[in-house]
Design a protein around this ligand. Structure first.
Ligand SMILES: Nc1nc2c(ncn2[C@@H]2O[C@H](COP(=O)(O)OP(=O)(O)OP(=O)(O)O)[C@@H](O)[C@H]2O)c(=O)[nH]1
Ligand SMILES: [Mg+2]
Length: 453
């Protein structure tokens, strides 16, 4: 085994604004912890504070900031450079701080382990907030967005996903560039690669244009590939990250897609046929997961990946029913789907990981979501039943028709078999008379093809 570098230690910081209740706040911090662990960092503590907003110059109030700095080994003060005058934000920040002297929630380890090198804030913060924070704490400061961008960066495998992430990353870095270079390049170094922070904004703009062009090329190819599949029976697995989409993909298609107990394990869309194969076959796609406070640029970047979902005839909307925050996950996923225009696609709600849910909670779920399918990706019977549900869905939407395929056009036979089920065939002097069953779109297109032939 190679020797591993020491695990970076991180302390999480969350502000609970009045519109967020305690449960949602705790869930958000817990999720940030999982994101940070996915990056390979160790979470050594959490600090939350109730405040009116996250717009303060240092996010946290003065007292809290000092406590945090005591843990990270910083001075606790921002220094005179950062706040030359008492801004409105600064006043609000001090007021809020005076009003809300919450008790500290940090649990210091009696063994006094090494100080955390990272402070990770559960909100998107401005460059100046990050810089002030760094000055006061002496630690590297990251926000939720940069953590997600970094995970995406590490998990992107296909050229398309890599380009999408790179674009999102540059968009994130660009407004922070001036301050960070003035501040001595405080940005996290990992993964910066050749598009590093020493490039000026214009170079970044040029690079962005270049990347977007490359992405468009790839997407044009993908569009073509998708349009070649458009008449096929397609199902897309969508939903919150870690809900079990890839596990279901594996179980339904027998493919070896990555299943991992980490967030955003899947960034690339994969498409495989439902197994055992049906006629016509049903294609299943696995897609990138959603998350709360998903940076807008990342949503935009993954829009094309999610086009896969848009073009499906059926969305399997996967939710981790064993997660205490499944309802908010459901809502986030619904919002993202609405944002990409997929709410018009018929969908089935899959309440997954039901093996981890008590009988009483299952009853509650059944009452609350009477149309949902309760299942476990780990149960072969559940997966077989899901397969039947998928097949039944397509059966119900399929129509029957009859064509005559002239003997001179037998080359089209493959097209017919790929897109429809052939119920019967007969032959006469005009050609092969085929009775077929398939999706209305596929049948209409076949009809047009034959008419033209
Ligand atoms: N107990 C149990 N665990 C499950 C079930 N389905 C998935 N898991 C586990 O949940 C974790 C996440 O599963 P994935 O299939 O990778 O989830 P995903 O939705 O593809 O996640 P991303 O790709 O990160 O968006 C893995 O550790 C799985 O083994 C289930 O039905 N029951
Ligand atoms: Mg996955």
């Amino acid at each position: 085994m190679e020797t591993k570098p020491p695990v970076p230690r991180a302390i999480l910081v969350g502000i609970q604004v009045p519109s967020v209740d305690d449960v949602a706040h705790a869930a958000s911090i817990e999720e940030l912890g999982r994101l940070v662990k996915t990056l390979g960092y160790e979470v050594v503590g959490t600090m939350s504070q109730k405040r009116d907003g996250i717009g303060g110059a240092t996010v946290l109030g003065k007292g809290r900031l000092e406590e945090l700095a005591a843990i990270t080994g910083g001075t606790g003060v921002v220094g005179s450079m950062a706040i030359p005058h008492k801004s409105k934000a600064r006043e609000r920040f001090e007021d809020a701080d005076a009003k809300k002297p919450d008790a500290p929630q940090i649990e210091p380890d009696p063994e006094a382990p090494p100080k955390p090198e990272f402070v990770i804030v559960d909100h998107e913060i401005s460059p100046s907030q990050a810089r002030n924070f760094e000055r006061a704490t002496g630690a590297q400061v990251l926000d939720r967005t940069s953590v997600i961008v970094e995970i995406f960066h590490r998990h992107a495998h296909s050229r398309e996903a890599k380009l999408q992430v790179e674009i999102a990353r540059l968009k994130y870095v660009s407004p922070r560039l001036r301050e960070s270079s003035a501040g001595g390049g405080r940005q996290q170094g990992s993964g910066a690669g050749e598009s590093g922070l020493d490039l000026d904004r214009r170079k970044i703009r040029d690079r962005l244009a270049e990347l977007k062009e490359q992405l468009e090329d790839i997407q044009r190819d993908n569009d073509q590939r998708r349009s070649a599949r458009r008449d096929q029976l397609r199902v897309a697995l969508v939903g919150y990250t870690n809900a079990g989409k890839s596990s279901l993909m594996r179980a339904l298609t027998g493919s070896a897609v990555l299943v991992a107990d980490e967030l955003f394990a899947t960034l690339d869309t994969t498409v495989r046929a439902l197994q055992p194969e049906t006629t016509p076959r049903v294609l299943v796609s696995d897609t990138v997961g959603f998350i709360k406070k998903l940076p807008h640029d990342l949503v935009a970047s993954f829009r094309s990946t999610l086009a896969e979902a848009l073009e499906a005839s059926l969305l399997l909307f996967v939710v981790d029913a064993s997660d205490p925050t499944y309802e908010s996950q459901l809502e986030v996923s619904r919002n993202v789907l609405r944002e990409i225009g997929a709410e018009v696609v018929p969908s089935r709600l899959l309440l997954n990981k039901i093996d981890r849910v008590s009988e009483a909670d299952r009853a509650t779920l059944r009452a609350k979501y009477p149309d949902a399918i309760l299942l476990s990706a780990k149960s072969p019977e559940d997966v077989a039943a899901l397969r039947e549900t998928i097949i039944a869905f397509f059966e119900a939407t399929m129509v029957e028709d009859q064509f005559v395929l002239p003997y001179a056009k037998q080359g089209l036979l493959g097209d017919v078999y790929a897109n429809a089920r052939v119920l019967s065939e007969a032959y006469d002097s005009t050609g092969r008379i085929m009775r077929v069953r398939g999706l209305p779109g596929a049948i209409a297109r076949l009809r047009r093809t034959f008419a033209a032939s």
